[in-house]
Design a protein around this ligand. Sequence first.
Ligand SMILES: [Zn+2]
Length: 314
Amino acid sequence: MNAFIVDTHCDSVKWLAQGVSLRNHPGHLDLTRLNSAVKLQFFAMFVESSYKPQRAMERTLELIDLSLQSMEQNKDVLTMVNTREDLQQLTTAKTCGALLAIEGGEAIIDTYMVRHLFRLGVRSIGLTWNQRNRLADGVLGGSGGLTQLGKKVVKEMNALGILVDAAHMSPKSFWDVLRTSSQPIIVSHANCRALCDHVRNLTDLQIKTLAAQDGVFCLTFAPDFLKENGSTIDDLLDHIAYAADLIGPEHIGIGSDFDGVDSLPEGLKGVEDYYKIYQGLEQRGFSESECQAISGGNVRKLLMRILPKEVGKS
Ligand SMILES: [Zn+2]
């Protein structure tokens, strides 16, 4: 297996907030295991409910600071990815790339904040978590869509070179984002509603429309999103294969939700098991180039289109 593995979602930054180093952490990933399994990891800044809404930006800045410190302390295994050039250099680097992402836009109350987040290195923003915020309705937050501010934020993200992530959004917000964004988007962690009727999963029509606009649908390991009672790595492969049949392997990615879920499907213990997914795809008849595309190539290609070329020149 010789692939550029990209994982579009993990919640491991929460350990940093608890004063725990990611170096040898026994969770779903630590930096040593990560570096031998994954080439680019999105690290989500997730703001806990107790900080929302008033202290959401304060907490976001704290989490970004902890992440930047962690990267500084672990330069031998982790490299921050801000630009297309950084991404290109990763191919031959001995380190794993780290991309700063925001999960839920509660902190954002004006577009100037998006510009500041960009300056700090944020390159992917999910506009909502489950609830409603100033930008849009989340999947449990009502039936509304993007607000006027939400639309401005999407356009600002497009202009700067920040990836738009529509995971966790209400259906109307999802459609509004697709109508508003001038760039393809991702859904960083969700599965197929047709196989598992969970509110966080996408319908076939959502998945097809996302792909028709060149987006990437990243499937996730959360057991509840895979199957109602007890799931295995085979159920994850079922979701990947179903989505690939629907929209083609060139629009599929993977976003584990490592350290964001209490349990994993049977057969997966953590980041060291990524190879099992790759092998599972091979066993299901995907070609080598399709396995490479699904396990990271597609997201990499999208980032090469979205990210600024180099800092200061978008
Ligand atoms: Zn999430």
